[in-house]
Design a protein around this ligand. Structure first.
Ligand code: PLP
Ligand code: COI
Length: 350
């Protein structure tokens, strides 16, 4: 790949950012990486000041939703060294999503070298505060024009970043969805397609109106199998066994999920990857064997669930002294931030 051209901003915003009170994904770093696909190939990426992009209303992103994204983080360790966590997995998944949405796959060098070059330019934006990190958003979408319902002939790949704190403040209350679905057999649920999230907003708002924070997605056919927790994979602990559903074409193959499975197995925690049902967790809650439920994803890391609602009844999870969820959260964040040995070779330095 040719050298990446860098145009630096002449008006950095960094001094106006309150790094002690970061929300999630709401302030954006000074620069972004941009790469265009035209005439059948991806060009050389460039780093430019974070700025608006100009598109024709006839660009196919607006009509047919050819748009995908990734979510990853950069961390600073105690010596202010920068680390990424399993970026190869995000790259692979970006291209899995691209293929499903008929978007041309991105060369690995554009993603990896582009990302590292961007982080070097905006390294000061990576928070050093405990629990904060630089959230990284690679996006890829159709810029090519036309009303014909077919793939576009031009695309843009952008990486933008946002110094961020926690995604959720505290434990969450979730509603088990019995009507709407986020994905279907043969659909795009396994891809990080923007439209998957747009489709979740309305049912999630209905749940929020009833006093919940999030929806637990169930399978589209029977609404009996538990599949995901909002934009996170879901784990439950029954007695001392951690259970999560198998990935499928309806479920996103989460990097946090697979890392938790590896850490748990390494620690000798009993783990089952199998389908599990709403009936099973309602019964387990009634007989006291349901100990924990948590969501797992890059943004939220591990998010403990305090209560789940099902058919107008709220079921409360017990308050435990040493929940496995919090223990696993510490294990994974210690690896991410270079506080613990990286047994699995997941950490990548800048
Ligand atoms: N499930 C969905 C639908 C998601 O959007 C995400 C977020 O990325 C996840 C699960 C968790 O995946 P990861 O751990 O790779 O962030
Ligand atoms: C992530 O966890 O990185 C996600 O992409 C979820 C998101 C929709 C905030």
């Amino acid at each position: 790949m040719n050298t990446i051209k860098v145009t630096r901003t002449s008006a950095s915003k960094i001094n106006s950012i309150d790094f002690e009170n970061l929300g999630f994904g709401s302030v954006f770093s000074d620069h972004m990486l941009v790469c265009d696909y035209t005439n059948g190939s991806w060009g050389t990426p460039e780093i430019v000041p974070f700025q608006p992009i100009s598109l024709m209303p006839s660009a196919k992103i607006f009509h047919y939703g050819q748009s995908i994204f990734e979510g990853m983080k950069a961390y600073k360790d105690a010596d202010k060294k920068t680390w990424l966590f399993r970026p190869d997995e995000n790259f692979k998944r970006l291209n899995i999503s691209a293929k499903r949405l008929s978007i041309p796959e991105l060369p690995e060098a554009v993603f990896m070298e582009g990302l590292k070059a961007l982080l070097r330019v905006d390294e000061q934006w990576i928070p050093t505060q405990d629990g904060s990190s630089l959230y990284i958003r690679p996006i890829m979408f159709a810029t090519g024009e036309g009303f014909h319902a077919s793939p576009a002939n031009a695309y843009k790949f952008i990486i933008c970043t946002a110094p961020s704190g926690a995604y959720f403040a505290g434990k969450v209350k979730v509603l088990i969805e019995q009507n709407y679905s986020r994905s279907a057999n043969g659909g795009v649920g396994f891809a990080k397609a923007g439209g998957n999230y747009a489709g979740q907003f309305y049912p999630t708002q209905l749940a929020i109106d009833k006093g919940y924070h999030q929806v637990i997605w169930t399978d589209d056919n029977t609404h009996e199998y538990i599949e995901e927790a909002g934009a996170m994979n879901i784990f439950v602990r029954i007695n001392d066994t951690l259970i999560t559903g198998p990935t499928s074409d309806r479920i996103l193959d989460g990097i946090t999920r697979k890392s938790i499975l590896d850490i748990a197995k390494d620690e000798g925690i009993k783990v089952e990857v199998r389908k599990f049902t709403v009936t099973e967790i309602v019964e387990a809650s009634k007989n006291g064997s349901l100990k924990e439920m948590f969501g797992a994803g890059t943004a939220a890391v591990i998010s403990p669930i305090a209560t789940f609602g099902f058919k107008d009844i709220d079921y409360h999870l017990p308050e435990l002294e040493n929940p496995i969820g919090l223990h696993l959260k510490k294990r994974i964040t210690d690896i991410q931030t270079n506080k613990a040995e990286d047994l699995f070779g997941w950490r990548v330095s800048l």
